[in-house]
Design a binder for this molecule. Structure first.
Ligand SMILES: [Zn+2]
Ligand SMILES: [Zn+2]
Length: 269
């Protein structure tokens, strides 16, 4: 997804007082529903969505690859069935879990979190993830957010993945650790071709203190999965550092065309 602050060249950096004022304004003004624009109750609403829009959140298709969640066109698949791509070259994460399909109105919530400075939506998403998936998530040892490129973090004032990961870890009673770091300034992915993008991504993450994840089951958290390439690259670094298992968790998975056997050409991340 294009980042208007980032794509426009130099990031717009808010000063600390500006950020505080920004948060105060968001806290005081009654917000409209992010899905349909109708006014919300003064006390606010989960995900800044009205009840109608919350009911319109789309679950992931049931017939999907057990690893990457790509929908599969078959009718009856055995439990744990993997798509052809995951059978041939599985990603570094053991499985991807998504609460919803990334389409309206979830896209508006995620845009609000990423570009609208509504950082509290991270907590709302964490609560939804814990309520919807709690028992599947609690068996991990550590919660690790996907780090943001420093320039984006500077422009945004926070890392949206961390805004989801921290309250989620709190709800699950697990430690949240910033185990991953971005390796260096890499050119914007949008300027690169698909192959370069993958090579570039594969080297993007490192684990500065491997002892923090060695021998552990890691719950790797991001807001959205598109191709899964970012999560794959982050999981590769965690596994290299000695993590025994990595579950990738996102609020939304970009809907992909159903396939039988092959992952096909994913849209770019
Ligand atoms: Zn609504
Ligand atoms: Zn798959």
């Amino acid at each position: 997804m294009p980042d208007p602050f980032y794509e426009s060249g130099l990031p717009r950096v808010l000063s600390r007082p500006e950020r505080l004022l920004d948060r105060l304004v968001h806290a005081l003004l009654p917000a409209p529903c992010l899905g349909c624009g109708r006014p919300l109750p003064a006390a606010g609403a989960p995900l800044n969505l009205c009840a109608v829009c919350r009911a319109a959140l789309v679950p992931n298709p049931r017939q999907a690859c057990a690893v990457c969640l790509r929908p599969l066109a078959a009718h009856a698949l055995p439990e744990g069935y993997r798509c052809g791509a995951c059978q041939q070259s599985p990603p570094a994460f053991d499985r991807l879990i998504a609460l919803w399909s990334y389409q309206p109105p979830l896209d508006a919530v995620v845009r609000g979190l990423k570009f609208g400075r509504l950082d509290y939506l991270g907590r709302h998403l964490a609560e939804a993830l814990a309520a919807g998936l709690g028992p599947r998530l609690a068996k991990h040892d550590r919660v690790v957010p996907v780090p943001l490129h420093w320039r984006r973090r500077l422009a945004r004032g926070y890392n949206q993945a961390e805004r989801i990961a921290r309250p989620l870890a709190g709800r699950l009673g697990l430690p949240c650790v910033q185990a991953l770091a971005r390796r260096r300034g890499t050119p914007p992915q949008s300027l690169l071709g698909r192959e370069e993008r993958l090579v570039n991504l594969r080297k993007a993450f490192r684990v500065p203190r491997p002892e923090g994840v060695r021998g552990l089951h890691v719950l790797l958290v991001d807001d959205v999965a598109t191709t899964g390439a970012t999560l794959d690259a982050a999981a590769t670094a965690l596994k290299k550092a000695g993590a025994v298992a990595v579950t990738a968790l996102v609020a939304g998975r970009t809907p992909l065309e159903p396939v039988l056997g092959d992952r096909g050409e994913d849209p770019t991340e």
